[in-house]
Design a protein around this ligand. Structure first.
Ligand code: ADP
Ligand code: MG
Length: 460
């Protein structure tokens, strides 16, 4: 096999590993690996996750080497190399994480309906099988299952709404997976509203044949049997996009094609969206997802723990489920951090250790802005003046954003008062806070930095 086929070779290897390695490990650590090349001695892959080389070498070396042998016929050593560029991409990806990960994963993955998977843009983690049903999401779950079993027949559109990190994207993509598996003749298209907006903008942009571009755009979204649009609130106020959504909706709906929409709020609550869209979104069924109760949160962690390498004691599951109460993405993030840390550093998962890993303290003492900035300056090796100044050098900007994030997170002061301290507009402060917060969900390394600094501040 030639080196040009490295991606294909890797796909086959993934196909084998997927059946041998627990789901959560596979999707967290193996899928994001990027194959580079192989020679007579070794097979080289890159990773953007600092924990991956140690963790995989320790726990899955045998399976990986065997799978490589099955596919290449050679006894090759696996070299997993941490790549800083990838790490940067990895953390930058946080903003549009779902979208990019999905594309990356479906491009490489060896699935029954590989072509369908590739064009549908779905993430393999998000299936009904991995979705824990509780009273908070029961309605959405049942509706999603119904739609998946009879696309276009009932509840059209299905409109799922709820707060961040509560499983909207997961459940919507589960519908897609189910249909691809059980009705492979149907075409499924998943799109983030942001991407839809970009596609409209590109189709309308100058340059190239506009009619041709518009046709391509319309083919993509109208020649599909199931259209899944994620985070529809993001099209609000974008008139041309709204118009395209409206027309796409009408074409699909009147042809009996299924439409599923998610949003962080009800159609009426989306500001400045046209009434005609609101009324269409309300045509089918609107199902909300609420914050899960503590039992459901524990069930989600128990599921994760079952496919984890590390044994996670019940008291730790209970503890994490109590601390992270209103966002499953954060709950999962904490769980992954705890198990990754325990695996690499070979520490036992006692309550004390877990508290340290997640930066938890019982009696939060009063931490001042000055203390935070001092600690960050030391950690990033920049000056206090730099942090409070306006230099845009990457290192300083990162330190500043982290200082702003922690100022909010640890003191719970208002954005305007933090703005006053840093001499910045409160909108700038909010932006920095949100940016770090979002990035933390995807970037284990950054999350570890936050807990290290928090621990230090709490000890002072
Ligand atoms: P949203 O789109 O609502 O912001 P996501 O669908 O991205 O949330 O979910 C965030 C994370 O939480 C995902 O990793 C998802 O798999 C997980 N998750 C959410 N709800 C559940 C659930 N009921 N069971 C298992 N995992 C869940
Ligand atoms: Mg989502």
């Amino acid at each position: 096999m030639s080196q040009e086929n490295i991606v294909e070779v890797w796909n086959e290897i993934l196909g084998i590993l997927e059946s041998e390695i627990p789901d959560s490990t596979f999707s967290t650590w193996i899928l994001p690996l990027e194959p580079q090349y192989y020679d007579e001695n070794s097979f080289v892959v890159h990773t953007g996750q600092a924990f991956a080389p140690g963790m995989l070498r320790k726990n899955h070396h045998g399976e990986i080497v065997d799978a490589i042998k099955k596919v290449t016929g050679k006894n090759l050593e696996i070299k997993i190399i941490f790549d800083e560029e990838l790490a940067k991409k990895f953390s930058k990806k946080a903003g549009s994480r779902a979208k990019k990960e999905d594309t990356q994963q479906s491009q490489r993955y060896n699935y029954d309906s590989l072509t369908q998977m590739q064009s549908s843009n779905l993430n393999l983690k998000y299936k009904f099988e991995n979705f824990v049903v509780g009273s908070n999401n029961k309605l959405a779950f049942v509706a999603a299952k119904t739609v998946a079993e009879n696309p276009g027949k009932k509840y059209n559109p299905l409109y799922i709404y709820g707060g961040p990190g509560l499983g909207k994207t997961h459940i919507m993509q589960a519908i897609g997976h189910y249909i691809i598996k059980n009705k492979p003749e149907l075409k499924v298209q998943f799109v983030q509203a942001e991407e839809f907006v970009n596609d409209v903008v590109n189709a309308l942009a100058n340059g190239g044949d506009r009619v041709d571009k518009m046709n391509k755009f319309r083919n993509k979204y109208r020649k599909t049997d199931v259209l899944l649009i994620d985070d529809i609130q993001l099209i609000a106020g974008k008139t041309r996009t709204e118009e395209e959504v409206f027309n796409t909706f009408n074409t699909l709906h009147s042809a009996g094609k299924q439409i599923v929409i998610t949003s962080d709020r009800t159609p009426k609550e989306i500001p400045s969206i046209s009434d005609r869209l609101v009324s269409r979104f309300e045509w089918g069924l609107m199902a909300d997802i609420q914050v899960p109760d503590v039992e459901t949160r524990m069930a989600i962690l128990t599921n994760l723990a079952q496919s984890s390498e590390i044994k996670v004691p019940p008291n730790i599951i209970e503890f994490l489920a109590t601390v992270y109460s209103n966002n499953i993405r954060e709950l999962e993030g904490a769980f992954n951090r705890v198990t990754a840390y325990a695996s690499i550093n070979e520490v036992e998962l006692t309550l004390d250790n877990v508290k340290k890993i997640i930066g938890y303290t019982e009696n939060k003492k009063d931490i001042t802005f000055d203390a935070i900035v001092d600690e960050i300056a030391r950690y990033y090796n920049v000056s206090v003046k730099d942090i409070k100044g306006s230099s845009r050098s990457q290192k300083i900007a990162e330190a500043r954003q982290m200082a702003i994030y922690l100022s909010r997170d640890l003191t719970k002061q208002s954005f305007p008062s933090i703005g006053e301290y840093f001499d910045k507009k409160h909108t700038t402060i909010m932006y920095s806070y949100d940016k770090v917060k979002e990035e933390l969900t995807a970037n284990n390394i950054l999350a570890q930095v936050v807990s290290d600094i928090t621990n230090k501040l709490n000890k002072q």
